[in-house]
Design a protein around this ligand. Sequence first.
Ligand code: HAM
Length: 418
Amino acid sequence: MAKLRSVKGMNDILPADIGRWHRLEAAFRHRAERYGYAEVRTPVLEPTELFVRGIGEVTDIVEKEMYTFEDKGGKMLTLRPEGTASCVRAWLQHSVGGSEPVTKWYYVGPMYRRERPAKGRYRQFFQAGCEVYGDPGPYVDAELVDMVVGFLRELGVEDVEVLVNSLGSGDTRARYRDALVAHLAPMRGRLSEDSRRRLETNPLRVLDSKAPEDQEAAASAPTILDYLDDADRAHFEGFQETLRALGTPFRVEPRLVRGLDYYTRTLFEVVGRGGDLGAQSTLLGGGRYDKMIGDLGGPSTPAIGFAMGIERILLCMGEGPAERALDVFVIAEPGVRGAATVLARDLRDAGLRAEADLRGNSLKSQFRRADKSGAPVALVLGQREIEAGTVQLKVLAEGTQESVARDGIVPAVRAALG
Ligand code: HAM
């Protein structure tokens, strides 16, 4: 029979690796909560229409990357490819905007895109993200970027570059789109097949293409910054000034467009330069999407957010201090395993991380397991100890052993752990 394996591009995260995930997630939660964000959890399955309307029909995600299927009741459902549209759906569904003028949410969870798997690019991957509803910026835009750069610094990810751009609002994009098409149309024959198609459907995406022939054509294209109106320009400048005041270095990249259709005005990405990232160097991306809530049927409400790829950050995060998994290992003669079970439970109730080998193996093999477990202390229980109301306490690294009264075992273990 063929061996069963996980779905291609979807990875197991084994206990040996989970410490780093916990460290990253805890740092993210603490930071987001210090900034006034509250956690939201939305379903991984949503109606397909949410993503088609929210993300945009002519995007790579909607065109070719979604896991979509018809359920037994004939409904079209999709495994969420990102969190932004789901958050907006939840915010509207529960009328959250009616009870608070500004909403700040964060989320951590798996997302699904059927991309070609590579290092840093998976079909199930985890994002941590934030979304803000009701604040038109530009101060909160800069605050978000500064918050996430501070978060990366806390994890030791410092070799990064912050790229910013503005896509303008209102008819800026339409005017720029016309100018871009006018520039690219004469070079049509030199563009990649994808870009030729996008020239009709979504020409801004040509700027995003990795194909050298497209990059060459894009290099001489006009930039969107020349098409901003006064209000968009003031917004973009306010964003940059606030970043400067916060001391967050950034670079204006006028060709930054990103793969999602919903952005307006502020756009940003943080790109990693160190670590083990390979080609997938974009650690996170985000921006303002002031039209999405209205487009999905809600009241016109400004919105901004970002999401980071957790796996990509782990690829450039330092190891950090190794965490001790166990404090104490209980070793028991086969005849006293019941008493050992009680002893281990009492240690855990006192807050210690305790493991007991309850299979009835030889003391020698139990000592071997205790040594391998990383627990600094072993407690040894035999018939003699039960009768005397004691336990043998062994500090494994030093090989010292003493007899301790059963009643006083918790403080004795704590003292031995230092
Ligand atoms: P995105 O740029 O599509 O934006 O994804 C954000 C981040 O998720 C990327 O920068 C990358 O680190 C990670 N990521 C994306 N696809 C993969 C993949 N296949 N494998 C591993 N990591 C991946 C969004 O998703 C927007 N919802 C961000 C946002 C929030 N904009 C406003 N609010």
